[in-house]
Design a protein around this ligand. Structure first.
Ligand SMILES: [Zn+2]
Length: 163
């Protein structure tokens, strides 16, 4: 995806107040490596423990949308074997973490939220582009749709936050 600038990102949050969006920090490694290969960008806030963000769009496919997430306080060892809901692998070194997004608008203010497991390093897009492992190869010759599936899942998640 195109690397959004900080101002555009702050404006793109659908589930944060303006002041919260203003306090969002980017990681020191920004833009993320291989940005062209990313279907979405995700990062933990370097200055606010337990806050993370996910952003997608901002190109011909759609407007830039950003979502604020809460990270769990649980130890990473417990998360190690959990499958990521986005790339559907267990390959992230620190596992997949349950990330919870307050819903947009009044529902979110009333405490309603949606959660999903995401690779702790947010590198789902890169995993979806890795060569298929032996057991993943389709015997029927079905095309590899991991990237399309990932885009569909992350878009569906954002829509659930928005709705
Ligand atoms: Zn993943």
């Amino acid at each position: 995806m195109l690397v959004p600038d900080t101002r555009a990102l702050r404006r793109a949050f659908i589930n944060s107040s303006r002041s919260r969006a203003a306090s969002m920090s980017l990681p020191s490694a920004w833009p993320p490596p291989r940005a062209d290969d990313l279907d979405f960008m995700g990062w933990a806030d370097p200055r606010a423990p337990r806050r993370a963000y996910l952003a997608l769009g901002g190109d011909a496919d759609g407007d830039l949308v950003a979502v604020e997430l809460r990270l769990p306080s649980a130890s990473p060892s417990r998360a190690r074997r959990t499958m990521c809901d986005l790339c559907q692998t267990v390959d992230a070194q620190e596992g997949a973490l349950l990330m919870v997004a307050p819903r947009a608008g009044a529902r979110g203010r009333a405490g309603d939220s949606v959660g999903l497991y995401v690779c702790a390093d947010f590198a789902c897009s890169l995993r979806a582009r890795e060569p298929l492992k032996e057991h993943q190869r389709s015997v029927s010759g079905r095309p590899d749709s991991r990237v399309e599936d990932l885009v569909e899942r992350v878009t569906a998640f954002v829509e659930r936050v928005r709705s």
